[in-house]
Structures are given as structure tokens and as C-alpha cells.
Design a protein around this ligand. Structure first.
Ligand code: 13P
Length: 388
């Protein structure tokens, strides 16, 4: 039996009101989403499958590994952020339905061909980390660095995929590139070969872990807190820094603590620990391995039967791995970990609503980046994709 881990959903979808008379969803097609919420409590599988069949090759569904099972099972392609952005740039389908979060759909829109349309089934699926770097704050940081005597012509910005299109555009305009958790080392090496320093946005932890794994000393890294003058640094610390880390974080991955690794090793001698690089450095240092969602899957799939794992990442992926690999023992590094509530937002009702509308040639929840932002954001994304 797989070890299913209880999840603590901090932001559950509203329960369906049972006492309300439920209108029949006319032939399974309705343009307003509310009528889907009032559907009887049943599976949307048939509706989704039917609409998908009607759309045929005109639609491609991309699903991130953190999506719920009942959604991701309909994905034509499943992957981590890098794999999905490659898929988005390669597909010919008219409609790209992105089951992920807003910045992923935005990136797909930046990379799409002119005839394509990108749709996010629930517009409230955002990313709190991406919201931690706002373009005005980043522009101010750049100006303050210059005022502190740093030659910004020799600073190469690198932004994690988990950032708004405007931040990606800033990065592209200033000679930098996007990275994901699976190629951050490659992109940071590329950036340091082009300049003297890197400004890494917006995840402090991925930036620190990547630089540390490259052998950069911790005292050559500075943290830029946008709420403080000069990011909370003195000029000397900034001049010494080879990597300037934006003070942003993923609240799901910050829950994992070094004590969780110690506890797991005590309770399960011989356990292997693998964590996502958005975890803090102390956790990554204590783990056996770290890597993107795709790497975590690959490593577990390649392991010998009987291996015990503690995995430090979002719970839907951990639970899915536990179900798919009953020959291994798979545990969450923190048994009380919460889901990524924004990744959780897209439910089968959103997917059914989206596909049924598309099948009627009604585009809903389109994600569209303006042309000016797109130009430089695309440059930053293409620089990353060229480093494949
Ligand atoms: P991956 O690129 O590893 O899939 O990570 C995406 C993400 O948003 C992690 O929080």
C-alpha cells in the first residue's frame, strides 16, 4: 500500500451548497463558471474528456507536477517549469491550456507563436514568491546599486522563472536571462562569465544554494531586502558581493527545517533525503540530493525497490510518487506540510469550463502579455532555452 500523507489545505475551495437546487448544465456547456460550481458533486472526467476530444489537436494541456491528480491526469505534457516552457515553445496547437500558476502561463504566452492563445483555467492561481519582486522595487535596486558605486553594466540579472513578465523583461533588457530550478547553475555560470556579479531574483534560497554549489563563499553573497535602503547592506558588502540575492521565498519550501532531516534520519536509518532547491541552505546541506520536481521524479524512479525516501517539496507530488512507487517507502520530509494553495486552485471544474468554452470557440481566462514587455522577456527566456 502506498503511504498517503494527510494534507493540510489552508485555503480550501468553498463547499458546494447542498440545499440549492442544481440547474442542469445545458449540454455540458456554459460560459459562466458559477454554474459549474453548482453542479452536483460528481466527476468532471467525462465532460473534460468529451471537450478535449472535440478540440482534438487544436488544444494542448500542459500540467505542472504540483497539480492535483484529477487535473494533471488530463495533461498532454507533464513537467517541471523548464520542460513545460520548452513544450510551450514547441507546440503547434491553437490553444495552450496551462494547468499551473500565472507566471508559467505568462511565460507560455511570451514564447507562443502569433496564432496561439494561452489560457489559465483559474486566474487566481498566482505565486506569492513571484509577487515578492515588483518591477518598481527592482528598478530602485538597480539605481541604488549604481549610486553605491557598483558598475551596473557589469551586473547580470538572472530571474527565476517564478517571476512576473515585467521582471523577465527587465532581465532581458539588462543582458540577463531566466533560469529554472533545473538549470540555475548553468545560467549563473553563464551570467558570471558575462559580468562581474549576478543580481538573482526573486528567490534568495535558490540563488544561495546555486552559488554555494558552484563554490562561491557565503561572504561573497549579499541579500537585498527591497523594504530597506540599499537593500539593508552597506556599500562595502555590496562591492564584495559576487551574487546579490533578492529577499524572496517560497512559503511551502521554507517550512522544511534541518531538524526534519535529523528526525527522519534518526527514525529511519538509511533513509535518502531529496529536497527542492527552494529550501533553505541548511536543509539542502543536510539532504543527500536536491533538484527540480523533474529531477526528484527521475531520482526516485531510478532507485532500487525498498529505498526509503524523505522528500522536501509540495505534497501533491510527494503523494503521487508514493502512489506510483509502492515498491519504495516515500515520506514527506515534514509530515504536516501544507499544499501550495495557489497550485491547488485549478480544479477539474475549471478545466471542464475552460475546455467546453474553447470547444465552442469562446476563449476564457486568456493570459496576454503586452508587446513591449514580451519583447525583452522573450529575449531573457530565449537566452535560457539556448543554454539547454
Ligand atoms: P520546478 O521547476 O522544479 O518544477 O519548480 C517549480 C516551482 O514553482 C517550485 O515551487
Amino acid at each position: 500500500m502506498a503511504n498517503l500523507i494527510q494534507i493540510g489545505v489552508t485555503d480550501p475551495p468553498a463547499p458546494r451548497p447542498e440545499s440549492i437546487a442544481v440547474p442542469e448544465v445545458e449540454k455540458g456547456v456554459a460560459c459562466d463558471f458559477d454554474s459549474y460550481l453548482l453542479s452536483p458533486d460528481r466527476s468532471y472526467d467525462e465532460q473534460i474528456a468529451r471537450a478535449k476530444e472535440r478540440l482534438g489537436r487544436r488544444v494542448v494541456i500542459l500540467g505542472h507536477h504540483y497539480q492535483r491528480d484529477e487535473v494533471v491526469k488530463f495533461a498532454d505534457f507533464r513537467g517541471d517549469s523548464l520542460k513545460l516552457s520548452q513544450q510551450a515553445s514547441d507546440t503547434e496547437a491553437d490553444y495552450i491550456v496551462f494547468c499551473g500558476v500565472h507566471f508559467m502561463a505568462e511565460s507560455a504566452d511570451i514564447l507562443r507563436q502569433p496564432h496561439q492563445v494561452v489560457v489559465l483555467p483559474d486566474l487566481s492561481a498566482g505565486c506569492s514568491m513571484a509577487d515578492m519582486a515588483e518591477i518598481g522595487q527592482v528598478e530602485t535596486c538597480w539605481e541604488e546599486l549604481a549610486a553605491a558605486g557598483i558598475d551596473t553594466g557589469r551586473v547580470v540579472p538572472v530571474t527565476y522563472m517564478n517571476s512576473a513578465a515585467a521582471i523577465k523583461a527587465f532581465t532581458g533588457r539588462h543582458g540577463g536571462a531566466v533560469c529554472t530550478s533545473s538549470n540555475a547553475g548553468k545560467v549563473m555560470r553563464w551570467a558570471l562569465a558575462r559580468g562581474e556579479r549576478v543580481l538573482f531574483l526573486p528567490d534568495e534560497h535558490l540563488g544561495r544554494n546555486t552559488a554555494w554549489q558552484m563554490g562561491i563563499e557565503l561572504d561573497r553573497m549579499a541579500v537585498w531586502d527591497p523594504a530597506q535602503e540599499l537593500g539593508g547592506n552597506d556599500e562595502q558588502a555590496l562591492r564584495r558581493a559576487q551574487v546579490i540575492l533578492w529577499k524572496g521565498y517560497c512559503s511551502v519550501h521554507q517550512r522544511f527545517q534541518p531538524e526534519h532531516v535529523d528526525g527522519m534520519r534518526r527514525r529511519h536509518p538509511g533513509i535518502r533525503v531529496i529536497v527542492h532547491p527552494e529550501c533553505r541552505l541548511e536543509v539542502v546541506q543536510k539532504a543527500d540530493l536536491s533538484g527540480s520536481t523533474e529531477k526528484i521524479i527521475d531520482v526516485v524512479e531510478a532507485a532500487a525497490p525498498g529505498t526509503t525516501w524523505a522528500i522536501g517539496t509540495e505534497i501533491h507530488l510527494v503523494n503521487r510518487l508514493a502512489q506510483e512507487h509502492p515498491e519504495q517507502k516515500i515520506l514527506s520530509l515534514d509530515p504536516h506540510v501544507c499544499v501550495c494553495t495557489t497550485m491547488f486552485r485549478i480544479g477539474p471544474e475549471h478545466l471542464a469550463w475552460t475546455l467546453e468554452n474553447l470547444a465552442e470557440d469562446r476563449v476564457v481566462n486568456r493570459i496576454q502579455v503586452d508587446d513591449q514587455t514580451r519583447r525583452w522577456a522573450r529575449t531573457a527566456l530565449e537566452r535560457m532555452l539556448e543554454l539547454r
